[in-house]
Write a protein that binds this ligand. Structure first.
Ligand code: PLP
Length: 385
């Protein structure tokens, strides 16, 4: 049977070259990177080389990167420890309604602890409009956290502009760049951000490793307390094989960056145009142009996203509905509700996110299989009839 993976925003397969780069650090070079002996020092050198490669992908200095266990931890550390360590700057946090739960729930946690939170609305494309942030900023706003691109609907946020507005008002700017690092150019200086989160498994690296970029002079703290690893900012023996894999994945992503963006955008366009042309009552979610290359997100009226996923899986097509994290709850995705979709429409969402190995044949196969699936599901649904 065919097997077509269209869920790259949830995670990506490990690149074989990345696995190869990691292997020695599981077998021969197993030393603790904090140890003084030669095994440890070899591991420490590999760790610093990996840090240089990830830093290069983000246009950062290696000394500004902390390795974490992934995007979730990086987001938690950025937001929680910035707020705790800069109480003098204010008590107010601004974020958006379409953030990943790793940001949204972290901000809500802080709100329960007594910090003040403003959650900005977005327009129908899922964009944070500059005026909304301008109006929300207060003298006591310490931190603004807005994602670089949305994992569910692919919309790319105008981070450069938003960060500049936050800075004018004296606030620090964090962005969750987990969906963009390795897919589109991400440069901390071009974007003008102070804190940025990235994750290895979204760019063909291993799971369980990510990083937080911290601009020089920005004072954050440790989320995990213990040893003095990662310049005293992240205690715990460093995941050296993971970091080496992340480094290799970042290096490969940088090489692919220019050649991959346009073909992926073309594949997505072919799929979007095909779906809109063949399936009535279908709408694209997210911005038509300013979106992640390879990201297709649509809503079909009168069907359940979950049913579509099961049918697609039967044909060997792996996709998702809303975000992976919410797929075991019955509520429609907070992102789809934030862009103003009614509950019924949001329930019929389908996300297909393509990666470097997807082909035009894959897209054509989906276009052959999906229209009859939607047609049949609608015929069975009381709403569809
Ligand atoms: C996947 C994802 C995360 C979480 O990253 P992990 O490394 O899986 O913890 C955070 N933010 C966004 C936008 C994501 O897509």
């Amino acid at each position: 049977m065919k097997s077509i993976y269209l869920d790259h925003s949830a995670t990506t397969p490990l690149d074989p070259e990345v696995l190869e780069a990691m292997m020695p650090y599981f077998t021969d070079i197993y030393g603790n990177s904090s140890s003084v002996h030669s095994q440890g020092q070899q591991a420490a050198r590999a760790l610093e080389e990996a840090r240089e490669k990830v830093a290069a992908l983000l246009g950062a200095k290696p000394t500004e990167l902390i390795f974490t266990s992934g995007g979730t931890e990086a987001n938690n550390q950025a937001i929680i420890t910035y707020m705790l360590n800069n109480r003098g700057k204010g008590n107010h946090i601004i974020t958006s309604a379409v953030e990943h739960h790793a940001v949204l729930h972290t901000c809500q946690f802080l709100a329960k602890q007594g910090f003040e939170l403003t959650v900005l609305p977005v327009n129908s494309y899922g964009e944070v409009e500059p005026d909304t942030i301008r109006e929300a900023l207060r003298p006591d706003t310490a931190l603004v956290s807005i994602m670089h691109a949305n994992n569910e609907i692919g919309t790319i946020e105008p981070i450069k502009e938003l960060a500049a507005i936050a800075h004018e008002a004296g606030a620090v700017f964090h962005t969750d760049a987990v969906q963009t690092a390795g897919k589109i150019p991400v440069n901390v200086n071009d974007l003008g951000v102070d804190l940025l989160s990235a994750s290895s498994h979204k760019l063909y690296g291993p799971k369980g490793i990510g990083c937080l970029y911290v601009r020089k002079g920005i004072r954050i703290g440790s989320l995990l307390h213990g040893g003095g690893h990662e310049r005293n900012l992240r205690a715990g023996t460093v995941n050296v094989p993971g970091a080496v894999g992340f480094g290799k994945a970042a290096e490969l992503a940088m090489q692919r960056l220019c050649s991959q963006e346009a073909p992926l955008a073309d594949l997505a366009k072919r799929l979007i145009d095909g779906l809109l042309a063949t399936i009535p009552n279908t709408r694209l979610t997210g911005h038509p142009e300013r979106r992640l290359p390879g990201s297709v997100s649509v809503c079909f009226d009168y069907v359940e996203g979950e049913s579509i996923l099961l049918m697609l899986d039967h044909y060997g097509i792996m996709a998702s509905s809303g975000s992976a994290c919410t797929s075991d709850s019955l509520d429609p995705s907070h992102v789809l509700l934030a862009i103003g979709l009614p509950h019924e429409t949001a329930h019929g969402s389908l996300r297909m996110t393509m990666g470097k190995d997807n082909t035009q044949e894959d897209v054509d196969y989906v276009l052959q299989v999906l229209p009859p699936i939607i047609h049949n599901l609608r015929a069975m649904s009381p709403l569809g009839r």
